[in-house]
Write a protein that binds this ligand. Structure first.
Ligand SMILES: CC(C)(COP(=O)(O)OP(=O)(O)OC[C@H]1O[C@@H](n2cnc3c(N)ncnc32)[C@H](O)[C@@H]1OP(=O)(O)O)[C@@H](O)C(=O)NCCC(=O)NCCS
Length: 142
């Protein structure tokens, strides 16, 4: 997903507001989850949100969202946000986070989603660690 930082997205210093960025990331992750599940999906949690660098007005923001693993009705989506300065054409990572989406049926109840088959070494690592992250998430959300 691509966005341009406009004045209405920034604080008085001309820096992209954190909440606006997370909103964009949430939409990118929702598209990812819904394409996988072929169902309406809702955000259940957002964690490990790291604001690494600021983005400035006029920058081009690219958000990459990728499913790491699905469970029964939930899916973990990893998102990265990159900012590019138009004049220098330099890009840098500004944010990363894990989103959990739950697929719901016509009665807004959680419903089964298809499994994920990791293929690369990185995908296999993310897939394995997703189970531990899910356990931590459930433990800390109670
Ligand atoms: C997310 C929601 C559907 C879960 O419903 P629920 O009846 O509590 O469901 P369950 O306890 O049976 O859990 C269903 C799944 O959600 C996961 N889940 C529930 N709460 C979670 C949390 N805080 N963090 C991560 N996963 C969570 C469970 O682990 C389970 O996953 P699994 O089926 O893959 O094992 C429900 O809490 C809800 O509708 N929340 C509001 C969502 C919303 O409005 N989001 C913003 C707008 S999109």
């Amino acid at each position: 997903m691509t966005e341009v930082v406009c004045p209405n997205d920034t604080n008085p210093m001309g820096l992209l507001q954190g909440g606006r960025l997370v909103q964009w990331m949430d939409i990118a992750c929702a598209v990812c989850a819904q394409n996988h599940a072929e169902r309406i999906c809702v955000t259940a949690s957002i964690d490990s949100v790291k604001f690494r660098s600021p983005a400035k007005v006029g920058d081009i923001i690219t958000i990459k969202a990728k499913i790491t693993r699905s469970f029964n009705s939930s899916m973990e989506i990893y998102a990265q946000a990159w900012s590019k300065n138009v004049l220098s054409q330099k890009s840098y990572l500004i944010n990363e986070a894990y989103f959990t989406f739950v697929a719901i049926d016509d009665h807004a109840k959680p419903t089964q989603v298809p499994s994920v088959k990791p293929s690369t070494a990185i995908e296999k690592g993310e897939y394995l660690n997703a189970e531990k992250r899910k356990a931590t998430r459930i433990k800390t959300s109670k």
